[in-house]
Every structure is written in C-alpha cells, then in structure tokens.
Design a protein around this ligand. Sequence first.
Ligand code: GFB
Length: 316
Amino acid sequence: MSDAAPAIARDAPIYVAGHRGMVGSAIVRRLEAGGYGHILTATRAELDLRDRRAVDAFLAATRPAYIFVAAAKVGGIFANATQPADFIADNLAIALNLIEGAHKAGVERLLFLGSSCIYPRDCPQPIREDYLLTGPLEPTNAPYALAKIAGIGLAEAFNRQHGRRYVSVMPTNLYGTGDNYDLATSHVLPALIRKAHEAKLAGAPTLTLWGTGTPKREFLHADDLADACVFLMETGYAGPLLNIGTGEDLAIRELADLVCRVVGYRGEIVHDLTKPDGTPRKLLDVSRLHALGWRHRIGLEEGIALAYADFLASAG
Ligand code: GFB
C-alpha cells in the first residue's frame, strides 16, 4: 500500500458508473454488503456517459467522494472485431468524461477498470504490469485496448499534474451474474454455458467451439473482482497500474470440457475454424495484488456452476 489513507466513510457518496453491467452491479452488491449507504447510480437513460456536459452536471451536483468507472462498451472477440469504431469511440469518451469530469468536480479518488487486452499480443507470460506499451496489440481488440490505455494515461496524468489519487486496475477475462449470453456479442464463457445448455435440451450430438480451442485464458468471477475493487478503495491503494486475476489459466478446449461437465452435456465438441482465436495467451502476473493481501475466492468450477444457475434464472 502506498498511502495510509483513511478508509472511505460508510456514508460517503460513492458513484458506481455502469451499475447495471455485470461488474458495476457486482460492485454495488459488494458495497451494500459492506454497509455503504450512499451509493450513487444513474441509468443510461438518465445519464449518457458519452455526453460531456451531462457528466459534468451530474458530478457537480452529486460530488462523489469516490468513483468506480465500471461503465464501458464491452464484448467478446466477434463484437470487438466487427464494431471497432464503437469500441474505441464510446470507451474513449467514457474515460475522458469521467476522469476529467471527476477532477473538475473535485473528486479525489477514482478507480478506473481496464482489461488485460491492453497488453501486447505476444507478451511474456505471466504478464506483468510493466509490460504495458512494450509491443503491438492483438488486432481483434486493438481499438478497445487503445481506449483503455488512454484511460490509464488520463488517470496517471491527473495524478501527476493535479495530485489526484486515481487508480487503474486491469482485470483478466470476467464472467458472473448478469453476464451477456447473446452468442453474437458475448465472451466465451457465457457463450459456452448457453451452447451447452441448448445442446443438452435439444439432444444435439455436437457443440461448436470457435477457433482451435488452443488459446489459453484466465477467468475471474465478477464478485471476486468487485471484492478486490472495494478492498483497494478501503485500504487507500493509490499506487500504479494493478492486475486483478487468479494467476491460473486453461485452454479454451479445457474450458469447454469443464462447462459441458457442469451443465451436463455429453456430446462431441467440434471446431469452427472460420472464427478467430485472438491472443494466444493472456495470463496475468498477480504478484503485486497478492503482496497487497488480496486473493480470489471463487474457483472456476464453482463459478461456472454459479453462472449456470444465473443463466437458468434469467432464462426462466
Ligand atoms: O471471450 P472471448 O470472446 O474474448 O474469446 P478474448 C476467447 C477465446 O474463446 C477465443 C474462443 O479464442 C475465441 O475464439 N471461443 C470459442 C469463443 N468459442 C467461442 C464462442 O462461442 N464465443 C466466443 N466469444 N469465443 C476479448 C476481447 O478477447 O476479451 C476484449 O475482445 C476483452 O477486448 C475481453 O479483452 C476480456 O479473450 O479473445
């Protein structure tokens, strides 16, 4: 911990941007469980985060003591590859409006959420925070990654020039309650839950996996991420860029086998090789986070079972 800052008071106004998303809603639940009683939120209809004037007015009126930037346009490999303009433009606007807006409104502390795809495509593994900007990005998600890198740069610049304590954290691939199960835009884990469930119900002989199944990914439950974010807020973390993950990964094919086991689908897995593999591997080095005293709690198999229950509840 770099600063022995006091913990945020239980009645301090805390703004969670993106509270309807998987990460933002997990942060709100974690704050409520921790006894925080003044959580600020605004729906997309109430506040368009791409609208600078609206953001300035909201922050001037509410004056949060702390902001979690969990709002973003996110999606899986296919959505990123097919909507590059939306991914860079929306995420750049959200980062600039919230970070500069926070500074103008006198907000001292803020946590900006990025993603592990900010690191170069062919990074040494596990990926340490200081590998940022040491090589070319993975093309399928470069526009999204560039917007997130700009957010990190913005936070650092306001800290350096104006003495703010804005923190950037880089979570690994996430899944959890309220995930996106739309096969065209989702990430791999929710896609596999849906595919396995539907194949089981239909008695289908095969389930189709995109790509070769050899890329490796690390998965963190959104509730664990939320716990880490609140831990950093409470301990006054004001240090440099920080990875948040489990430190463990597996091949997409192994993930598919695990999801099929949890869901109870016993058919054959086949590959659609017209779909991209993306980054070959992105395992985060989480030693900096572990040294601060935080570790994830939800194992992958348990987390998939929780996510499957959530999928069934939302489908039903
Ligand atoms: O989760 P995913 O879409 O995102 O894909 P990325 C991970 C891997 O799973 C890729 C394979 O190798 C996919 O080809 N895969 C297999 C599938 N079957 C499926 C399927 O049915 N659906 C999906 N979506 N994938 C994203 C980035 O990259 O991860 C974002 O585009 C962000 O910018 C996010 O960083 C966390 O891990 O490849």
